[in-house]
Design a protein around this ligand. Structure first.
Ligand SMILES: *Cc1c(COP(=O)(O)O)cnc(C)c1O
Length: 351
């Protein structure tokens, strides 16, 4: 408590990020970082950007990056918004498009930042329970609301929703914005980008943090029809006109242009994920079908929280959420094959 804080600050319930230990060496399988380095071309571009021009402000519109994203997805540059992480892009989205007189709908189990933003921006919410198998039922979203947001694939379940089901939600909600948070889409899900032409109420967000190995750079983007993008620009230009620095624009642009490296690293993670899922099942875990760079798994004969603590003591960090419905599960980020071998070895000793 502080007499200097505003009432809103007292009332906030901030998001808790996964642990980022700064000294001890862990095998880090807790925050869905990519185990492979960024594209060497991205690193070269960032090094080259660290020159005398740093005295100058960057391009406030980050046009080169927007164009590279537009080229990658075959969109017009007016259909792309970029920001300093997809969390920031989401924050602008909540203010620009989701703060309405009716409640925002999102799944009861999904990304922890959504309720944090609703608290910060004073947005009313309705949490829609996932089915018992942790899937989204499109019919549950056909009710009066002020907007809809969910990750696809969902987090922390890793379960993807089909484009047919996404279209059902878009069709039933033509007067509000439906935001699909595609933070994990590159690990096997099907992007909704081809639906943008057809649905003026569709906004898609993505990040360079997961599939492009650039969590440290903080770059995210949104795609939708120009009308939605213009709304985001208005909010962004009322908050920070230069969210992306010169190095970030250069690195992210080079990264998205290097499709060969991207495809290769995504495929390696997919292969490792499928191997780890099978191994976990053989060790008597229930593993949800994942299209992400993590698996959500429940030890059938052990206590998940104890296992999380024991793994940590053994030098392997995974994520445990002490919340209703998922307290029996661990979220395990997919690392390299070597990381996962160590993880499975430690697990075998502990269970
Ligand atoms: C990681 C993640 C983000 C945030 O990505 P950043 O660009 O690093 O802020 C957004 N949504 C979901 C569902 C995520 O898991």
């Amino acid at each position: 408590m502080s007499k200097f804080w505003s009432k809103r600050t007292h009332e906030l319930d901030p998001y808790t990020p996964g642990e980022q230990p700064q000294n001890q060496q862990y095998i880090k399988l807790n925050t869905n970082e990519n185990p492979y380095p960024p594209s060497p071309k991205a690193i070269d571009a960032m090094r080259a950007a660290a020159d005398e021009d740093m005295r100058l402000y960057p391009d406030p519109m980050a046009k080169s990056l927007k164009q590279a994203v537009a080229d990658f997805y075959d969109l017009d540059v007016s259909e792309v918004f970029v920001g300093n992480s997809s969390d920031e892009v989401l924050a602008h989205t909540f203010v620009a498009l989701l703060k309405k007189d009716k409640p925002l709908f999102f799944p009861d189990i999904s990304y922890g930042f959504y309720p944090a933003y609703c608290g910060l921006f004073n947005i009313e919410t309705t949490r829609i329970p996932l089915a018992d198998d942790f899937t989204i039922n499109p019919q549950d979203y056909a009710a009066d609301n002020g907007g809809i947001i969910f990750p696809n694939p969902n987090a922390p379940s890793g379960i993807a929703l089909s484009l047919a089901d996404i279209e059902k939600i878009l069709m039933a909600n033509q007067d509000v914005v439906v935001v699909i948070d595609e933070a994990y889409i590159d690990f096997g899900g099907e992007t909704a980008v081809p639906l943008i032409n057809k649905y003026p109420n569709l906004l898609i967000t993505q990040t360079f943090s997961k599939s492009r190995s650039l969590a440290g750079l903080r770059v995210g983007f949104a795609m939708g029809q120009a009308d939605l993008i213009n709304g985001l620009e208005r909010v962004k230009n009322s908050f920070n006109s230069y969210p992306l620095d010169r190095a970030a624009i250069a690195g992210a642009t080079a990264s998205i242009k290097d499709k060969v490296y991207f495809d290769e690293t995504c495929q390696k993670i997919i292969n490792t994920r499928d191997k780890v899922s099978k191994a976990l099942e053989q060790m008597d875990f229930s593993v949800l079908p994942s299209q992400a760079n993590f698996v959500f798994a429940k030890p059938n004969k052990a206590d998940a929280e104890k296992l999380y603590l024991d793994l940590k003591a053994a030098g392997v960090l995974v994520r445990y959420f002490n919340s209703p419905r998922i307290a029996g599960y661990l979220r395990i980020t997919i690392g390299t094959d070597a990381d996962m071998d160590v993880f499975l070895e430690k697990l075998a000793m502990l269970t």
